[in-house]
Design a protein around this ligand. Structure first.
Ligand code: GRF
Length: 186
């Protein structure tokens, strides 16, 4: 299966997906890494590691035109399924409908808790004992589709959003490749 990955920045989750795709048992290969930020660090990493890349800034464009460019790039690359990995833009309903059931995302909270931004600060402020990450199917509702897998970490005394984010991120890097593999095998 040909996987496309959308990023906006660092792309550490994208890197783990690319690395996992290069093992014998992988059911997918990464056909394209696309970004809304031409200077995303993850794009340079992908290009340096032999993965096709595409960048399209949405600046000065209607959102539907921007998305049509992304959609065309994915289709030109033969992409069959999409993984969002730190892609910081909302997809339109039209895009989600065209790819219905074929987009997954990783979100840094134990969904359905803390959809949206600032998840770690909110979990700490709420006094939660645990935080974590979720991989879910993307629907028109933000961070709202079926949860395919989760990983949990403790929230420790003295945690800041940054220290907690680092602990969760280490789990994201294990969870995302595993769940994408299961999802594409099912
Ligand atoms: C991750 O925490 C992911 O869960 C969230 O955005 C962050 C992206 O990090 N959606 P990276 O770009 O994969 O390093």
């Amino acid at each position: 299966r040909r996987l496309g990955i959308l990023i906006s920045g660092r792309g550490s989750n994208m890197q783990t997906l690319v690395e996992a795709s290069r093992t014998r048992e992988s059911p997918y290969e990464v056909a394209l890494v696309a970004s809304d930020k031409p200077d995303a660090a993850g794009l340079a990493w992908a290009a340096a590691h032999g993965v096709a890349t595409f960048a399209q800034s949405p600046k000065g464009m209607a959102k539907t035109d921007y998305e049509a460019r992304i959609d065309a790039a994915l289709r030109d690359a033969g992409v069959e399924a999409i993984a969002l990995a730190g892609y910081m833009r909302l997809l339109t309903d039209g895009f989600v409908q065209r790819w219905r059931g074929r987009i997954v995302n990783i979100h840094p909270s134990l969904l359905p808790l803390y959809k949206g931004l600032d998840t770690h600060a909110r979990a700490i402020a709420a006094g939660n004992a645990e935080a974590g990450c979720s991989v879910h199917v993307v629907t028109e509702e933000l961070d709202g589709g079926e949860v395919l897998g989760q990983a949990r970490v403790p929230i420790l005394p003295g945690d800041t959003p940054d220290t907690l984010a680092a602990r969760v991120l280490a789990e994201e890097h294990k969870l995302y490749p595993r769940i994408v593999r299961e999802w594409l095998n099912r």
